[in-house]
Design a protein around this ligand. Sequence first.
Ligand code: GCO
Ligand code: MG
Length: 405
Amino acid sequence: MSDRIVGAEVILTSPTRNFVTLKVTTDDGVVGYGDATLNGRELAVASYLRDHVAPLLIGRDARRIEDTWQYLYRGGYWRRGPVTMAAIGAVDVALWDIKGKTLGQPVYQLLGGAVRDRVLGYTHATGWELPALLDSVRERTERGFQAVRAQMGVPGLDTVYGVFRDARAYEPAGRGAAPVEEVWDTDAYLRAAPEVLAGLRAEVGPELKLLHDAHHRLTPQQAARLGRALEPVDLFWLEDVTPAENQEALRLVRRHTTVPLALGEVFNTVWDCQRLVTEQLIDFVRTCVSHAGGISHLRRILQLAELYQVRGAPHGPSDVSPVALGASLHVGLATPNFAIQEYMGYDPLVHEVFPHAWAYADGHLTPGDAPGIGVGLDEELAARFPYEPAYLPVARRRDGSMTDW
Ligand code: GCO
Ligand code: MG
């Protein structure tokens, strides 16, 4: 038994939406999977892995997870960025999967064992107006959710990202050769959001954890105003109020509001998080296992955050595959300052393509006790759903200029 890597294959599949999966095989026939999905830029990561990483993996010792991480990160010269870090993340998760399978242990045991019995989850509710939003929230609480992200429509706009007028399951990335273009109006949003969220809180009572996502669209002053206006709603968090590049903005927001702030789903490394964490400008760091360099690097981010009482709350929409969700839950079970896992849920077909040991019950998620990560890939089924170009929508202001995402 030598644990040499003999195969590193990239598998693209689109069971209702696109996923990129790295499959690493050792000479003992042990297979590990990692998620390399980067919404709307899938082929870039697939090429990075196929053309530049897979050839370097062949012959390496699969047990040397940290060394492989360092080799790919430091050795690549061009550090950081979503494409690079998603690729490294996929390798890292696949190697943890292999290590767990080789040792016959679920990965959380290798991370020090469970510090909690289950991981709190939150899901998405959406409704154009308060009554529809309330129905959507109630449907989620009936399924046991104790934490719900609530997104509403904006009067005067035809569409709002992440909010659907009808009841169909929503998938933010739309298939097609180019993104759909939406119109966005921040002033109208700032009038609507506090009113709808206050109405929602009045209906659902004090206990339900309510979250809201502003998708990086506000200026620091608008964000401060929104935070202050939402204080009576007692949000669990207000997410991505300003674009993540201008980190100084959060200082201004903090000066004016005590609303808990979450940010970081677009971050890829501990260095992206460093300032917001060490200056305590956020309460929850949203980096996810697939986009931020895998289990090894997410742990590093969360350990830095722990020193500053910032808690982990990883990204988990439909573009984070069941493989990454499983990996995140192993981290969640074994990491003290892991607060909550986003769990948007998947189409039934996605559950079939990626059979998994992780499970949802009663508002919580557990990674399961299968060796490794505990998520497989039905390659035959996956092959029936080839990659199709799909993009998140983009939005323009009323004068035609692009908004921030
Ligand atoms: C969230 C997110 C998603 C992202 C999408 C990007 O909090 O779940 O903001 O809706 O926009 O996953 O790929
Ligand atoms: Mg978000």
